[in-house]
Design a protein around this ligand. Structure first.
Ligand code: ADP
Ligand code: 5GP
Length: 290
């Protein structure tokens, strides 16, 4: 084999610049793909006219997708009998069809935003959630709970009211995205409707307590965690008392819990002060469309 051609200094500089521009272009397209701003088939189309993309390894593209990553990316290519070093320009027709089947459908629509609203009991979370249910871009998740319905609550609208046995079965089946115990009752977010709405590109709001919010962040790190704070502690006490839905013992327990809950704000991505419900609602809608 002959030795490689000797490049002049200028040719070397040009080759380096070209390689750098190609890397930048690939990074740009991978970011667009990762953020669902272009679909898998659009990347394939782009490769027809864009040399940098044509020469990108298929593995490099698919592993950039959230939920795919290096290990799953390799496993998928191996399952499809596509070489791990195959470049987009080298894909055969059958391979393109296989890849499109795997990657096109979910990325054709960009996923909706998941916003988690949390904060101390009595701060006004369910008041805000109710407003958002009445008309907003959000699908507001309906939780399941073992708590008894309050006089003004409707099964299937405010909560799905479960017996302890039903709740146990739902946990066993893996029906919940998260669940937690709060003030002697259990509460859980049904996973299926949340997944369905997000996949259809709809924004979803969960109104849940803090431990549940932490679980959601672990499972879906893209979720935006919003902490609702009262304007003052006295206002929180007065809201809990004013709500008139809890017995004095229950109220005392909820106040003690609220004191602990107030300390969790730093874990959250955003903090909103609930001085006016309308303002909180407007901020949440803004987060969904950001
Ligand atoms: P949480 O769901 O956080 O436990 P709620 O939504 O039940 O709290 O609100 C507790 C009480 O505070 C309710 O009586 C509600 O009407 C009242 N409230 C909620 N938001 C506000 C607000 N911005 N200003 C005044 N009162 C409010
Ligand atoms: P309440 O009994 O006042 O309706 O709710 C008590 C607490 O449970 C509130 O802080 C509320 O946000 C929270 N909660 C409601 N649904 C869920 C849920 O599905 N999961 C978790 N972890 N908490 C929930």
């Amino acid at each position: 084999m002959g030795s490689p051609p000797q490049l002049s200094q200028e040719q070397r500089a040009q080759a380096l610049l070209k390689a750098k521009l190609s890397r930048q272009e690939r990074a740009r397209v991978k970011t667009l793909y990762k953020n669902n701003e272009i679909s898998f088939s659009e990347v394939l189309d782009l490769a027809l006219t864009n040399e940098a993309i044509a020469k990108m390894r298929v593995l490099e593209l698919i592993e950039s997708k959230a939920g795919v990553g290096k290990i799953r990316g390799k496993a998928l290519l191996e399952k499809m009998e596509i070489s791990l070093t195959r470049r987009i320009q080298g894909l055969g027709r059958h391979q393109r069809t296989q890849l499109l089947k795997e990657f096109q459908a979910p990325s054709a629509i960009s996923r909706g935003k998941l916003v988690v609203l949390s904060g101390p009991g009595g701060v006004g979370k369910s008041t805000v959630a109710k407003k958002l249910r009445e008309g907003s871009p959000f699908v507001v998740s309906v939780s399941s709970t073992t708590r008894a319905p309050r006089f003004n609550e409707v099964n299937g609208i405010d909560y799905h009211f479960f017996t302890d046995d039903l709740f146990d079965e739902a946990i066993k089946r893996g029906d919940f995205l998260e669940w937690a115990e709060f003030a002697g009752n259990r509460y859980g977010t049904p996973l299926a409707p949340v997944e369905k709405a997000l996949a259809a590109g709809e924004s979803v709001l969960l109104e849940i307590e803090i431990e549940g919010a932490k679980q959601v962040k672990k499972k879906m790190p893209e979720a935006l965690l919003v902490f609702l704070e009262p304007p003052t502690w006295e206002e929180l006490v007065s809201r809990l008392e004013g709500r008139g839905t809890d017995s004095p013992e229950r109220r005392a327990a909820r106040l003690a819990l609220a004191q602990e809950e107030m300390a969790a704000a730093s874990f959250f991505d955003k903090v909103l002060i609930n001085d006016e419900v309308e303002k909180v609602v407007a901020s949440l809608i803004e987060f969904a469309s950001a």
